[in-house]
Write a new protein. Structure first.
Length: 319
């Protein structure tokens, strides 16, 4: 059992015995190319105004919604020019209110404002210091540095806020710490740690922003062996961190979401295979808004499901 007992400073404390399956609230989307519909969507994120952005790669577009699922707008069409898209994948909103989109087939990151106007692009195909090969995910730290899950290069590529190269993190490998096998997503927590969805190693790895390895989990002792038990994954496609540093992992092949503390201790799992509420078919991404509401991109069902926040216990933290 996982319990924090503390005194003095009042602050939120997480206890696994207090976590229950989040409640289903709503869903939106169905298969298709009309506005508000999707064909196997891949990425989802939220801005500070709680607007939702979804990459719809089969339709070569990004769609924007209110948090209740009301459609706002869409942009993008297939191509290589600025403002065009070619298989947009995971995406994120930076502290500068800019939307960063990983374009898998254009081997680049494209930056938009929140209304869909293209501002810049960076990255070209290759394995060099400023190059990418099928980027899957992107994250921005509080200083504006960019971190990219560089899928076929088996690394996390880093850039300055001016999009100049920084030393990458990791290289291809199995089992060993700091090695990746087709990483698909990255996220930076509020306390500025980097979490990587090391998809085909079936694990999550945690680093400092300078690339120092800290922790791994998934399978047996972070070995990355695929499995169905709590704490094991069948392709960890995406990772998200909430305001209390709980880590949410999209367990693609097991059709579920698993939640951990920031040290990798298991807290909760929810979801099963199906097309009903609280059921998923090959989920691909997850995001959490400013109020803690959870949005799961249920790709195989061509929809988004919205859930209630996970509870937080107020206790006394030892200084």
């Amino acid at each position: 059992m996982f319990i924090f007992i503390a005194i003095l400073d009042s602050s939120p404390i997480i206890g696994s015995e207090n976590l229950s399956t989040p409640s289903f609230i709503s869903e939106w989307g169905s298969k298709g190319s009309a506005l508000g519909k999707f064909i196997r969507p891949i990425g989802i994120t939220v801005d500070r105004f709680d607007k939702i952005y979804v990459t719809d790669p089969e339709n070569q577009r990004i769609q924007k919604f209110h948090s209740d699922g009301t459609f706002i707008k869409t942009w993008g069409k297939n191509g290589k020019k600025k403002g065009q898209l070619n298989r947009p994948m995971h995406l994120c909103v930076g502290h500068n209110d800019k939307l960063y989109v990983a374009e898998y087939s254009n081997d680049r990151i494209q930056v938009f404002d929140l209304e869909g106007n293209s501002l810049s692009v960076f990255g070209t195909k290759g394995d060099g210091s400023t190059e990418l090969h099928a980027p899957g995910g992107v994250a921005i730290d509080k200083t504006g540095r960019v971190f990219v899950a560089d899928f076929y290069n088996h690394r996390v590529q880093r850039f300055t806020k001016e999009y100049k190269d920084l030393p990458p993190i990791g290289k291809k490998g199995r089992f060993f710490s700091g090695r990746f096998d087709y990483p698909t997503d990255v996220v930076i927590s509020r306390d500025q740690f980097l979490y990587v969805a090391d998809a085909y190693n079936n694990r999550i790895q945690k680093f400092t922003l300078e690339g120092k390895f800290l922790k791994k989990w998934g399978g047996v002792f972070g070995s990355g062996l695929s499995g169905k038990r709590q704490g094991s994954f069948s392709i960890a496609t995406a990772v998200e961190v909430d305001h209390y540093n709980r880590v949410y992992v999209v367990d693609f092949g097991n059709h579920r979401i698993q939640v951990f503390d920031d040290e990798g201790h298991f807290l909760l799992s929810f979801g099963s295979e199906g097309d009903g509420p609280l059921q998923f078919k090959y989920p691909n991404d997850i995001t959490i808004d400013s109020h803690g509401y959870i949005y799961v991109l249920d790709s195989g069902n061509h929809r988004i499901q919205k859930f209630s926040p996970l509870p937080v216990v107020t206790s006394r933290r030892r200084k």
